[in-house]
Design a protein around this ligand. Structure first.
Ligand code: DGL
Length: 279
C-alpha cells in the first residue's frame, strides 16, 4: 500500500533551493520531497522574463504528472517574482513562492537602510519594486544583482573553492564610506549557503536575512489544511533537467540533504515523464 504522506515539489534553477528544502525537512519529517533543478537553462538570473514564464508553464505539468505533489514550492526568487500568477492559473495545486524578505528587513532596520542581494533578474523586477513601495518606503534600499555569487554558491555546494575576490567585488556597494545598510536581504535561495563568506566582506554587525524559515512555516500551515493523496515516491527524489558532469558529481552531496534517488534527464522532460510516470 502506498504511504499516505504529503508530496512536496520544490523547484529551482539549480541547487540553491536546497536551502529551502533543508528548512522544510527540519519541520516536516513525514513527507516526500521531489526537488527539480532546471540546470538545462541555469542560471535563471540572466534570462528574459518571458523565457522563464514559458519555461515554468511548460515544465510544471510534466513534473506534476510525475510526482503528483500536494504542494509546490518555487524555491527561486528569480522565477517566483515573475511566474507565480500565471502558474497559479494553470494548476489547482497550491503554490508557495519564495520572494525577497523586504518586509521584515524594513521592520527591523534601525538605520532605515536595507540592502537587497539577489540575481540581476530579481533586482529589476516590478514585483520587488512593489514590495519596496508597500513595506519599505521609509527606507533607503541598496539593490545589488550578482550572477557570479550564484556560481560561487554552486561551487561551494560541490566542495569547490569559493573565490573571495568575486564576493568582495559583488558586495562593494554595501560598503560605502558611511551609512551602510544594517540589514541585507539574501534574495536568492543560493545565497544562504554563502552566509559566512558574505558576512566576512560586510561591516561588522550587518544582519543577513533570508526567507527559508518563513517558507517552511507556510508549508507546515498549508499542509495542515490539505488531505494528502498517497505519495507515489518511495523516497525523496531529485531531478536535474540536464545530464551534465557537474550534476553527476552532485549526487553524493544530495544524499546528505536527504535525497536517496537522483535522476538526470537526458532526452527532455517529456521523455522522462513518459518513461517514469505511474498509471
Ligand atoms: N536560486 C535562484 C533564486 O532564488 C536563482 C539563481 C539563478 O539561477 O540565477 O533567485
Amino acid at each position: 500500500m502506498p504511504d499516505i504522506l504529503p508530496t512536496i515539489l520544490i523547484f529551482d534553477s539549480g541547487i540553491g533551493g536546497l536551502s529551502i528544502a533543508d528548512e522544510i525537512r527540519t519541520r516536516i519529517q513525514l513527507c516526500r520531497l521531489f526537488y527539480v533543478a532546471d540546470n538545462a537553462i541555469f542560471p535563471y538570473g540572466i534570462q528574459e522574463e518571458s523565457v522563464l514564464i514559458n519555461r515554468l508553464l511548460e515544465l510544471l505539468p510534466y513534473l506534476e504528472q510525475y510526482a503528483r505533489p500536494d504542494l509546490i514550492v518555487i524555491a527561486c526568487n528569480t522565477a517566483s517574482t515573475v511566474v507565480l500568477e500565471p502558474l497559479r492559473l494553470q494548476t489547482r495545486t497550491p503554490i508557495i513562492g519564495v520572494v525577497p524578505a523586504i518586509k521584515p528587513a524594513a521592520q527591523h532596520s534601525v538605520n532605515h537602510h536595507i540592502g537587497l542581494l539577489a540575481t540581476p533578474g530579481t533586482v529589476k523586477r516590478q514585483y520587488v519594486q512593489n514590495l519596496i513601495d508597500s513595506f519599505a518606503s521609509h527606507c533607503q534600499v541598496t539593490k545589488v544583482g550578482s550572477a557570479e555569487l550564484v556560481h560561487e554558491a554552486e561551487n561551494k555546494l560541490r566542495s569547490l573553492p569559493v573565490d573571495h575576490d568575486v564576493i568582495a567585488r559583488a558586495l562593494a556597494p554595501f560598503n560605502p564610506p558611511n551609512a551602510a545598510p544594517d540589514i541585507i536581504v539574501l534574495g536568492c535561495t543560493h545565497f544562504p549557503f554563502l552566509r559566512e563568506e558574505i558576512q566576512q566582506h560586510l561591516p561588522q554587525g550587518t544582519r543577513l536575512i533570508d526567507s527559508g524559515e518563513a517558507i517552511a512555516r507556510r508549508a507546515v500551515s498549508l499542509l495542515q489544511s490539505i488531505a494528502p493523496s498517497p505519495t507515489r515516491l518511495n523516497a525523496n527524489e531529485f531531478l536535474f533537467t540536464a545530464d551534465t558532469p557537474s550534476a553527476r558529481k552532485m549526487a553524493e552531496t544530495l544524499h546528505l540533504h536527504g535525497f536517496a534517488q537522483v535522476h538526470l534527464v537526458a532526452n527532455g522532460i517529456t521523455d522522462f515523464t513518459q518513461k517514469h510516470s505511474a498509471t
